[in-house]
Design a protein around this ligand. Structure first.
Ligand SMILES: [Zn+2]
Length: 108
């Protein structure tokens, strides 16, 4: 995964310019990734019409990169074979990662 490209707007806003690309490379919905990221940062933010993520507060790229890795560890990478080629699925309330390579289901 490529690192987040970050732009600071003033002292109170951090924008992840390539957020849509990062989400697409993980095959995850930007809204889901955003919820996790904002929860970990303990702040608020929003997606603009180009799916750039605007985060309230000033954060350094290294920090954001680490959180994206955490997201991938939790919601993308297969617990069985470490493949990133997975889907996040929901079945009667249970959320799990289904691996397209080894077919393993990792329940969260
Ligand atoms: Zn697997």
């Amino acid at each position: 995964m490529s690192p987040p490209r970050v732009r600071h707007e003033g002292i109170k806003k951090t924008v992840i310019v390539n957020f849509a690309d990062l989400c697409q490379s993980m095959n995850r919905r930007p809204e889901h990734v955003m919820r996790f990221l904002l929860l970990v940062l303990g702040t608020t933010g929003s997606l603009d019409s180009y799916k750039k993520l605007e985060v309230n507060g000033r954060f350094v790229p290294k920090n954001l990169e680490w959180i994206m890795k955490e997201y991938a560890d939790n919601f993308v990478i297969c617990k069985c074979c470490n493949s990133k080629n997975t889907s996040l699925l929901k079945d009667s309330g249970a959320v799990f990662i289904r691996c397209k390579r080894c077919k393993w289901d990792s329940y969260l």
